[in-house]
Write a protein that binds this ligand. Structure first.
Ligand code: 13P
Length: 312
């Protein structure tokens, strides 16, 4: 009787172990084939192994593909030994040339927008899979210029976030209030609305693990968690030369962290002079730089300032 029970117990344990190792094997195989798909992804994973401040350049509609390659050639030596993780959101035609030129320097390349459909009759639009196959690792979504000038709604941005995650792109979701909304005391309400609608139904990775991982992480239990970043960009600070004060940055980032426990970037008139003060604020894991990212010297200077922050 006793022997039978022991045998029964062992068999159960063995089955559980086999099942566990089989699952680990399946997850590893999926990861391997997933990574082996594109050489750009291998670069991406290797370069994001550690938790370092994130410095993203948003070129907006600037630079031809040739200008873009010259830029990468100029900035690569300036970033030698700099601890920040460098991302460049470039115009669509520059994605592949920049991805190729940036491979050695470990710079990650991304897009500034995408459509939420996988394909279809959407003249002038680009899908996540197209970006991925062109060499993009991430995509900016919900930038205030897209919301204001191209009428993008919270619902559309939500669909784009879901599609980007599905296509293994890291979304950098941009949120922020207008000056009028701030004056009316609506900052937190706006941030909450934008974050909760864009991220509805998304299982997020924690800030700790999200910093150094691939866009989609398979857990040993088979569930999937997503890597995503949020950029707080007060609309009134974009392109105005009038950055938010350190106190405003810290306050807004604390709000964002409450609703989205992911790496947080600040964007809005970041430059070589104010980058140190901005990055030193609590809950600021990096910066999203527009105009000042167009010069390799200034952008490298910002990356150097940011690299001094030790992220907890
Ligand atoms: P500026 O740095 O030019 O203000 O732009 C910020 C921005 O929009 C980054 O996405």
């Amino acid at each position: 009787m006793i022997v039978t029970e022991i045998r029964y117990f062992d068999r159960k344990k063995l089955t559980a172990e086999i099942r566990f190792y089989f699952r680990v094997l399946c997850v590893s195989a999926v990861k391997f084939f997933h990574l082996a798909k594109s050489p750009f992804e291998l670069v991406h994973c290797r370069e994001l192994m550690s938790k370092r401040p994130i410095v993203v350049g948003n070129w907006k509609m600037h630079k031809t593909a040739l200008d873009a390659v010259h830029y990468v050639e100029a900035i690569t030596p300036l970033l030698q030994g700099v601890e920040s993780q460098i991302f460049l959101a470039v115009p669509f035609p520059s994605i592949t040339p920049v991805a190729q030129a940036a491979r050695k320097g470990g710079i990650l390349v991304g897009a500034q927008n995408m459509h939420d459909a996988p394909e279809g009759a959407f003249t002038g639009e680009v899908s996540g899979l197209m970006l991925k196959s062109a060499g993009a690792s991430f995509v900016l979504l919900g930038h205030s210029e897209r919301r204001a000038l191209f009428g993008e709604s919270d619902a559309f941005i939500h669909r784009k976030v879901l599609r980007a995650l599905q296509d293994d792109l890291i979304p950098i979701l941009c949120v922020g209030e207008t000056w009028e909304e701030r004056e009316e005391g609506l900052t937190e309400k706006v941030l909450h609305r934008q974050l909760s609608s864009a991220l509805a139904g998304v299982a997020l990775d924690t800030p700790d693990s999200a910093m150094g991982s691939e866009p989609r992480k398979f857990q040993a239990d088979g569930r999937v968690r997503y890597n995503l970043m949020v950029a707080y960009e007060p609309v009134w600070a974009i392109g105005t030369g009038k950055s938010a004060t350190p106190a405003m940055v810290a306050e807004a980032h604390a709000m964002c962290r409450k609703y989205a426990p992911v790496p947080l970037l600040y964007g809005g008139s970041v430059n070589g002079e104010n980058a140190s003060q901005i990055i030193s604020q609590k809950n600021v894991d990096g910066v999203l730089v527009g105009g000042a990212s167009l010069s390799p010297q200034t952008f490298a200077q910002i990356a150097i300032h940011c690299s001094k922050k030790v992220l907890s």
